[in-house]
Write a new protein. Sequence first.
Length: 610
Amino acid sequence: MNCQKTIVPAPEEVDIQALKEKYHAEREKRMRREGQNQYAAPEDHFVHDTREHDPFTPVVPRDSVDEDIDVAVLGAGWTGIMAGYHLTKAGVTNFRHIEHAGGFGGTWYWNRYPGIQCDNDAYCYLPLLEEMGHLPSKKFADGKEIYDYIQAIVDRFEFRDKALLHTEITSLRWDESIKRWRISTDREDEIRARFVMMCGGTLSTPKFPAIPGIHRFKGKMFHTSRWDYEYTGGGWDEPVLDKLADKRVAILGTGATSIQAVPYLGKYAKQLYVIQRTPSSVDERPNPPTDPEWAASLKPGWQAERQANFLRAANEIIPPGDPDLICDIWTEINRNLNAELEEEGWPQVSMEEFMRRREVMDFRVMQRLRERVDSIVQDPETAEALKPWYRFMCKRPLSNNDYYATFNRPNVHLVDVSKTAGLEAMTEHGFIHEGKEHEIDCMIFASGFEVTSELKRRWGIETVEGREGVSIYDHWSDGPLTLHGTMTHHFPNMFFTGYVQGGLNGNTTLQFGMQGYHASYVISEALKRGIKAVEPTQEAQDAYVKEFREKELDLSVILNECTPSYFTNEGEKEAKWFLFRGWGPGWDDFQRLVREWREEGSLQGMRLDN
C-alpha cells in the first residue's frame, strides 16, 4: 500500500496558543460537578432491565449446576474467548465460560445497531486470523461478520457446549479448606473452581444519563446495545428502517455508535434529532474489499507484524523507513511526522524535540478534521457545533463517510446541549432543550457503557471475598494493587484482565489476549506442579506497585486538557480507577518484563501452597 501523508495546515497556519485557550473553554463548559454520578445508578429499573432482558436470545430454564472445575472464565466476549483459547493451548481444558448474555461475542453480541462496523483495522483487531485461516472481507469489517467469525472460533475450539449463558455471578468466595473458589449465580449454580479468570471486558453494562423526567416519557426508549428492529424495521444485516417513516426519533450521544447509526436513522426517520454534548472527530473511511493478490502474498507471521506496526504507528515512534501498514486516522500523526522528517533527510532529533513536533502535528491534524466539517456540512451553525475542539486522543478517533452529510438532510436536526452539559429534561411526549419541548416518538440512547471508578458497579458482582474474608472492594478501595496487573495478594488463583496496572496497546484484543496468555501460563504451571493455590506475596506486590507508579504514564494532558468522557473519568481527577493508567516504558517493554518472568520459571514472587 502506498501510504501518503495527509494534507494538513502548515505549522504557521495554526495558532497553538489560541487553540489551547479554545480547547480549555470548550472543556470547561461541558464539565459537570456530578462527574460519573450524572449517569443512572444500576438500581434504576430502566438500566436493570437491560441487564436481565436479552432481545436477541430467549432466556430458557435450565437445571442448576453443582460441580468442581479447574477454571471458571467469567465472560464470553473477546477477552474470555482468548482466555479459553490460551488455556486450551496450554493443555487446560476443564473450564467453563460463564456469561450473562445469551451467546458468545461480548460487545459484538449486544451491539447490532444499523451500520455497526469495526473502528480499527480488522486485520489487526480480529485475533487468530492465521490460526483460523481467515481474512475479513474488508478493512473495517461489519458487525455481523465479526460476530460470525467469533462463532467460528468458539466452535473450532469447542467452547460452546461448556458455557453457562444467561447466567450472572452473585458471589465469589475463596474456601481455604478446599482451596477453591465457590461461585454462586442467579441460576442457583454452585461451582467450585480451582482458578477464576475475570474476563468481563471494559464495556459491558449499558449506561444511561440520569435525565430528569426520563421515566415520564411514554414513547419508545431503548439503548443501542439492545436495538429494537421490531420497532424500527429492518434487521442487523439489512438495516432498512422502514417502520420509522412516520416516526420522530431522537438519538442521544455522538460517539462511535452514533456516528455509524445516524446515517441510517436520518435516511428513514420522519424527523431525527441528534443530541450532542461533545462532537467526535470523524474522518473519511476508505473501506475497500480485501485485495486477493495482497492476501495471497501474506507470509506466516504477517498478523503479528501488522499488529506491531499498528502499535508503533499509533502509539509510539515510527523508526525511519518503517512503513505505515495501517494508513488511517489512527496512524496519521506519526505518519505525517515521519514524512516530514524524511523530507529533511532524517535529522538527529531529541525526544524532547520529537514530542514538541508531535504536539504541533496534533493541532494541525485536528484543524484538518475541523475543516472537513466545513467542507461537507452546509449550515454554518450546525457545522460549527460539529467541530471537535480538543487534542487528538481526547476522544476515540472515528471515521465515517456519511455522518456529516446526514446533517444536510432537511429532516435531521443537531441538538447541541454543550451549554447545559447535557439534556435538560424529558417529558411525557419528548425532551426539553433551551426551555422548549420537542415532541418525539422514540428516544434511542447511544450513551455508551459503564466505565466507572466504582469497581462493584463495573463488575456487577455483589461479593468477591478472598482469604480470611477480605473483600476485593475494600482491598482495592484506593485503586488496584497487583503483580503484573494480573494477580493480587489475598486473592489466590484469581486473575484479572483489562486496564489494570499493565502495558497498554491500542489493539484491545491483543492486549487482553496477552493477559489471558500470561494467566494461562500460571494456571497450567500450577496444575502441572500440583500447586493448589498461587498468589503474589505482599513483598512482591509492593515492589511491583512501587515500580509501576514510578513509571506510570503521565496522564496530565488527558486529565487537565481533555473534554469529559469515559476516557477522562468524566473529569474526576481523583478517580482511582482511571481507565488508561499504564506501564510508562510502553507495551513492548512490559511484554519483555512478563516474558522474562515466565522464562525464569520459578513463579518468582508468588506464595505457593501444595
